[in-house]
Design a binder for this molecule. Structure first.
Ligand code: HEC
Ligand code: HEC
Length: 155
């Protein structure tokens, strides 16, 4: 009987830890299509509401690109991001991203969030970011193959 107890205890500890790191995958088809056209559709849980408001206002000048949306799509995408943002989401990882930003700040990039920087410091050789095969810091899927499903730990 004793050998039964050990695996149960290990699982009991490990499962909530995995769930804690997992981000909910994007469920809006409009977001997946429109915001996933040039890069992955980033989970809204990575940035607070004020960041998404700014990003949505600036879509005609979006990081050197122009994002064209119908008014209906724009509204739907903004509502989805505001409802699931780091500062309102119940995702533990989202909350940690929000806490690292602090209230008031509204970065335009996930890669500028202190927690993002902390999680990658020492984990990635600087030369790897510059390598054309990586495609830059925002190309999460180059290293996180299950990023769309919300899994970022491991590869
Ligand atoms: C026409 C192409 C295009 C579309 C469509 C697009 N983006 Fe982007 N986006 C970019 C480019 C280019 C960058 C800069 C990538 C880089 O620096 O490597 C970027 C960067 C971002 C970043 C910052 C990533 C980081 O942390 O560095 C966010 C957040 C973002 N986009 C959100 C969105 C949202 C939300 C939508 C849908 C409304 C969207 N994007 C649609 C081209 C696009
Ligand atoms: C050049 C490869 C690379 C790119 C690109 C990259 N990451 Fe990472 N990321 C890593 C490594 C390595 C780690 C640390 C080891 C691990 O946990 O997988 C990490 C860790 C993380 C973690 C912490 C996972 C945990 O264990 O809690 C998150 C969240 C994360 N990355 C999100 C992102 C997001 C979002 C993007 C895109 C905006 C991104 N990463 C782009 C390599 C990368």
């Amino acid at each position: 009987m004793r050998n039964w107890i050990i695996p149960i205890v290990v699982l009991g500890v490990a499962l909530p830890a995995w769930a804690d790191e997992h981000l909910p995958p994007v469920t809006s088809e409009t977001v997946k299509t429109e915001c996933g056209a040039c890069h992955m559709a980033f989970q809204p849980q990575f940035l607070p509401r004020e960041s998404w408001r700014k990003i949505m206002r600036r879509l005609p000048r979006h990081f050197g690109s122009k994002v064209d949306l119908t008014e209906a799509a724009r509204r739907e995408i903004e509502a989805y991001h505001l409802a699931n943002a780091a500062d309102v989401s119940d995702s533990p990882e989202g909350r940690r991203f929000h806490e690292s930003i602090g209230t008031g700040a509204a970065p335009l990039r996930i890669t500028h969030v202190p927690r993002w920087a902390a999680e990658h410091r020492g984990a990635v050789e600087p030369a790897v970011w510059a390598d054309w095969r990586t495609g830059g810091k925002a190309n999460c899927r180059a290293c996180h193959r299950s990023a769309d499903a919300g899994w970022y730990e491991g590869n």
